[in-house]
Design a protein around this ligand. Structure first.
Ligand SMILES: [Zn+2]
Length: 73
């Protein structure tokens, strides 16, 4: 087959030496992504408070301006 393998990181033609990547750098990038994804999932809970603070502040501000007040009661 003549299907050229492409680097999944930058989509350049893969180098047989670093298959399926085009270079060692891209192989490292892919590995780093995997490690990071694995690392971020359990750590995300610790970062949640920042998002929660905004989320709890938003609906409270909207309820006073929205015709949703009577409906809530
Ligand atoms: Zn690449």
């Amino acid at each position: 087959m003549t299907r050229a393998a492409r680097c999944p990181v930058c989509r350049k033609p893969a180098d047989p030496q670093y298959r399926p990547f085009c270079s060692r750098r891209c192989a490292d990038v892919d590995l780093a992504r995997w490690l990071r994804a694995d690392y971020v999932v359990p750590g995300r809970d610790g970062e949640a408070p920042v998002d929660r603070d905004i989320a709890t502040d938003f609906p409270d501000d909207l309820s006073t301006d929205f015709p949703d007040g009577p409906h809530r009661h």
